[in-house]
Design a protein around this ligand. Sequence first.
Ligand code: CMP
Length: 143
Amino acid sequence: MERTFVMVKPDGVRRGLVGPILTRFEQKGFKLQDLKLMMIDRELAEQHYGEHRERPFFGELVSFLTSGKVCAMVWEGPNAIAGARLLIGQTNPANAAPGTIRGDFALEVSENIIHGSDSAESAGREIALFFGDAEEPDIPRFN
Ligand code: CMP
């Protein structure tokens, strides 16, 4: 069983897309393990996107991420990391296939609705960053 970190970005929350996105992950069969609606401060945004620090769009990315609430989630299932990225679609919505979240709901790379961890190492780091280091989530598990 694998876990991944998924975050609906401020554009997705503003547009009321949390529900449809949760539905897609649940319909696929992934199990929701933790979820919170939250504001991200600049420090957390910079830590989360640290690997993009030298990219020209870094400032824009951090401003965007801190512009409104995000919905942070942990999903679990077989191949959850790669599976979530298939549901999410290509980073640039212009190249994302119809049927994927970005393919169906977004037009531009700067506002691409959702983030999903790209590797096991990123998933571990991002889950710890947003939900703490605990092995188990702070909600009881019934499934
Ligand atoms: P995400 O999958 O969250 O990972 C890195 C993010 O950087 C990406 O989604 C986009 O939101 C953002 N990004 C990538 N390329 C660009 C770009 N050219 N301009 C603005 N934002 C970008």
